[in-house]
Design a protein around this ligand. Structure first.
Ligand code: AMP
Ligand code: ZN
Length: 672
C-alpha cells in the first residue's frame, strides 16, 4: 500500500470507529456488530503500526484521556452467564407462575430482587481472594477486567481469613453508578468540553471497559451481588446464599424480599414501580427467582435462560406530544446543541416542555420533520428523551428539520471537527453566548468563586458594554461611579462585588488555570498541570512531548493546550491578567512539611493512590529531602506502592528485598 493510500484509510477508519464508539457508549445505539467493530479496529491498529506517522493521536486504538478500547483478554466462564426471560405484563407473569406450579407443585417460595440497570459481572474468588472479574460478553466468554473491578470499593479484594466461604466460588452481580455520581461526572465532562454519556448504565459500562485503571478509580462505581456459584452445593436456597455472601463481606441489596406466592410478588412490583425514582440508582424492573436450589434444578434451563427466574420490566413512561420548534444553544466552548421545544405534556409527574436532541446525528436518526408528533420517555434519567416519531401523524407536506448551518447567536457559519458529532461556532471572540459563558465559567464556584458577582450580573455587564474579556472584570472598579448610577445595582452590592473581585486575585494558580476555560482542562487536570509545571510560563514553554510526561496528561489534553497558547489573543489576555495581579505561579508554601527527614533515602512511586496523585507524593518526598529514582535497582530505599501496580515492578522489588510501603507509611515517615 502506498503511503497516500494508508493515510486515507487510517483517516477513514479513525473517523468511522470514533463514530461507532460514540454511538455505542454515548447514544447507546450501536449500528455495527461487535465483531465487525473489532475487525476494523484491528485493521486500523495494523495500519498505524506500519505507518505511525499518520496515526491520529486521539485514535480509537489509543486510550487517550480515558476513552474506550477493546483490548482485553477474553475469558471463558466456568458457568455460562445466561440472560433472563423478560416480561412487561402481569398476565405473562401469571403464566410463568402457572408453569412452575405445573412442574413442581405449590410448595415453593420466590425471591424478589430489584433489577439493577448496569452491567453484569462475574467474580471469581480463590482462597478468599478476588482473582478474576469477567464481563458477560456473549454469555460463554467475556472480557477480563479484573484490574478495573479492583478499584470498586464495595467489592472485597480479600475476604477475612477463616470465614466459612468455599475455597473456590464465582459470584455474580451488577456493576452500576449511582445517579448522583453520574450527574456530577457527566457535568464535569460537559464543562470540559467532552461528550456526555446518555445514562448511568452507559457510563458504568464505558468505565469498566477502559484500559487505564487509574482513570477507572476516579469514577465511583458500585456493585450489588445476586448469584453464588459453587462446585458443590453449600446452601439449600438462594435466600440463604444471599445472607451468607453478605456475611462474607459482599454488598447485597437490602430491598430483596422472600415471597410466599405470586400475589406477594405483585405487591413488591407495585411498590417499586412507584418508589423506584426515590432510589439513588436506576432499576429497570424486578427479578423473580424460585428460592430453593433443588427446585431450580428440577425446572432447569431453556437454551437462553433459566426456567426458574424471570425479569419483570417496568414500562418507561411514554407519552406523545407535538414538536413545536427546534432551538439551538451555544455553550462557552462554542458547541451548538439542538433542543426540541414541545407542546407541554405531563410525564412521570412533571410537565415536560423541552427535550435534548444531543446533536445533528440525532435529528437524522429520528428523521425529524417540522410539526411531528413524537414519543417522549423518561426512565430513571432526569432529562426526557425523544424516542421516536409517530409517522402516522406526520402531515403529508411536512419538511424535514435541517440542522442550522450558521450560529444562532452571531450568524457565523458552523464548523464540525472530524470525528466529532457536535457543530461549533468558531467565532469565539465575537459570539455573545461564548463570551458570556467564558466569563461565567471564570467566576464560577469551582474556578475563581467571586463573591458578589453572579451569572446574571455578568450578562448585564456584558450587554451594557462594560466587560467582554475576563481581564475587563478586574477593571470594573474604574467604572464604579457609572455602575452605581445603574438602576439595577445598589451602592452596597457594587462595593461587595468590587471587593469580591479584588479578593479573587489571591486565588491559587490552579483555579486561574481552570477558570481560563481551556478545552479538556477540568478542575483535576488544572491541578495536576499546576503541580507539575509550577507556573503559566512553565506550562506555556512546554512542548507537546513535555506536556504528556505530566501525571495523567494525554495527547488530547496536550494538543488542546498547545493550540490554546498558540493563539496570540490568549497570550495577550494572560499578560493582562498577570499585570493585574492574578496568580500565575504556584505559591511555594513554606509549609512545615518541609524537612530533611528523608534525606539520603530514595523512592519510586508506583500505582494509583486514593488520596494523592503521584506528583503530589513526589513533591512531598522531595520537599522532605528524599530523592526520586526512575528505575528499581538495589540502591533504591523504598518502593511506595498504590493499587494496580504493575506485577513486574513488584516482583523486581521483592527480588531485591526492597521494602514496599504504602502512602500512609510514607506519611508516617514524615509525620504529618
Ligand atoms: P436482560 O439483560 O434484560 O436480559 O436481563 C438480564 C440481566 O439483568 C442479567 O444479565 C443481569 O445483568 C441483570 N440483573 C439486574 N439485576 C439482577 C438481579 N437482581 N438478578 C439477576 N440479574 C439481574
Ligand atoms: Zn456564534
Amino acid at each position: 500500500m502506498s503511503p497516500a493510500e494508508a493515510k486515507n484509510q487510517i483517516k477513514a477508519l479513525t473517523t468511522e470507529l470514533k463514530q461507532h464508539n460514540y454511538n455505542y457508549y454515548v447514544l447507546a445505539m450501536p449500528t455495527i456488530a461487535d465483531f465487525d467493530f473489532d475487525k476494523k479496529l484491528e485493521q486500523l491498529n495494523k495500519l498505524e503500526k506500519e505507518f505511525p506517522e499518520f496515526a491520529d493521536p486521539d485514535s480509537p486504538t489509543q486510550k487517550v484521556g480515558g476513552d474506550i478500547t477493546k483490548e482485553f483478554v477474553t475469558y471463558r466462564h466456568r458457568w455460562p452467564m445466561l440472560s433472563l426471560g423478560n416480561t412487561y405484563n402481569e398476565q405473562e407473569l401469571l403464566d410463568f407462575d402457572q408453569r412452575i406450579r405445573k412442574a413442581i407443585g405449590d410448595n415453593f417460595e420466590y425471591v424478589c430482587e430489584l433489577k439493577f440497570d448496569g452491567l453484569s459481572m462475574s467474580l471469581t474468588y480463590e482462597d478468599g481472594k478476588l482473582v478474576r472479574a469477567v464481563t458477560r460478553g456473549d454469555g460463554v466468554q467475556g472480557d477480563e477486567v479484573t484490574a478495573n473491578i479492583r478499584t470498586i470499593n464495595t467489592i472485597p479484594k480479600r475476604l477475612y481469613e477463616g470465614g466459612d466461604y468455599p475455597n473456590y466460588f464465582d459470584i455474580r452481580g451488577e456493576v452500576f453508578m449511582h445517579r448522583k455520581a453520574f450527574d456530577r461526572l457527566n457535568n464535569e465532562r460537559l464543562e470540559n468540553g467532552e461528550v456526555a454519556y446518555a445514562n448511568p448504565r452507559n457510563f458504568a459500562s464505558g468505565t469498566v471497559k477502559m484500559q487505564d485503571s487509574a482513570e477507572v478509580a476516579k469514577r465511583p462505581l458500585d456493585c450489588f451481588l445476586y448469584f453464588l456459584y459453587t462446585e458443590k452445593p453449600v446452601f439449600k436456597t438462594h435466600w440463604e446464599s444471599l445472607q451468607a455472601v453478605k456475611s462474607w463481606g459482599f454488598h447485597t441489596n437490602e430491598h430483596s424480599r422472600l415471597c410466599n406466592n405470586i400475589d406477594e410478588v405483585f405487591e413488591f412490583i407495585a411498590k417499586w414501580d412507584k418508589d423506584r425514582f426515590g432510589l439513588s440508582y436506576d432499576i429497570d424492573g424486578i427479578v423473580i427467582k424460585v428460592n430453593n436450589y433443588s427446585q431450580q434444578q428440577e425446572l432447569g434451563f431453556t437454551a437462553k435462560s433459566p426456567r426458574w427466574a424471570i425479569a419483570y420490566k417496568f414500562k418507561a413512561e411514554r407519552v406523545q406530544t407535538e414538536l413545536l420548534s427546534v432551538s439551538y444553544q451555544v455553550g462557552r466552548t462554542g458547541a451548538v446543541t439542538p433542543v426540541a421545544n414541545l407542546k407541554p405534556v405531563l410525564l412521570a409527574g412533571t410537565t415536560v416542555k423541552r427535550a435534548t436532541l444531543h446533536n445533528a446525528n440525532e435529528i437524522i436518526r429520528l428523521d425529524l420533520h417540522e410539526g411531528d408528533t413524537v414519543f417522549v420517555e423518561k426512565g430513571g434519567e432526569i432529562i426526557p428523551k425523544i424516542i421516536s416519531v409517530n409517522p402516522d401523524k406526520r402531515a403529508q407536506n411536512a419538511v424535514p428539520v435541517v440542522y442550522r448551518t450558521t450560529c444562532p447567536a452571531c450568524d457565523t457559519p458552523l464548523e464540525r471537527k472530524e470525528g466529532e458529532a457536535a457543530f461549533y461556532c468558531p467565532n469565539d471572540e465575537g459570539c455573545p453566548p461564548q463570551i458570556v459563558g467564558k466569563m461565567q465559567h471564570f467566576i464560577g464556584r469551582k474556578a475563581m468563586d467571586i463573591d458578589g458577582l453572579g451569572d446574571e450580573t455578568i450578562e448585564t455587564l456584558y450587554s451594557r458594554g462594560f466587560i467582554s474579556h475576563i481581564s475587563d472584570i478586574y477593571k470594573l472598579y474604574e467604572h464604579a461611579d457609572e455602575l452605581k448610577q445603574m438602576d439595577r445595582f445598589g451602592d452596597k452590592s457594587i462595593t461587595n462585588m468590587l471587593d469580591g473581585i479584588e479578593k479573587s486575585k489571591q486565588m491559587p494558580f490552579e483555579k486561574v488555570l481552570f477558570g481560563l476555560g481551556i478545552r479538556y482542562i477540568g478542575e483535576t487536570v488544572a491541578k495536576k498541570l499546576a503541580i507539575h509545571f509550577k507556573s503559566i510560563d512553565g506550562l506555556m514553554a512546554a512542548t507537546q512531548e513535555e506536556l504528556v510526561t505530566a501525571d495523567e496528561i494525554g495527547e488530547r489534553i496536550a494538543q488542546s493546550l498547545v493550540d490554546y497558547f498558540a493563539d496570540e489573543k490568549h497570550r495577550e489576555e494572560i499578560e493582562k491578567l498577570k499585570a493585574l495581579g492574578l496568580q500565575f505561579v504556584v505559591e511555594i508554601k513554606e509549609v512545615k512539611l518541609a524537612s530533611e527527614k528523608l534525606s539520603g533515602q530514595s523512592f519510586i512511586i508506583s500505582g494509583v493512590f486514593e488520596k494523592f496523585s503521584r506528583d503530589e507524593l513526589k513533591d512531598l518526598i522531595e520537599q522532605n529531602g528524599g530523592k526520586i529514582l526512575s528505575s528499581i535497582s538495589a540502591k533504591l530505599s523504598y518502593l511506595v506502592a498504590g493499587d494496580n501496580m504493575g506485577p513486574a515492578k513488584l516482583e523486581k522489588a521483592q527480588k531485591l528485598n526492597i521494602p514496599i510501603i504504602s502512602d500512609e507509611e510514607l506519611l508516617a515517615m514524615i509525620e504529618i
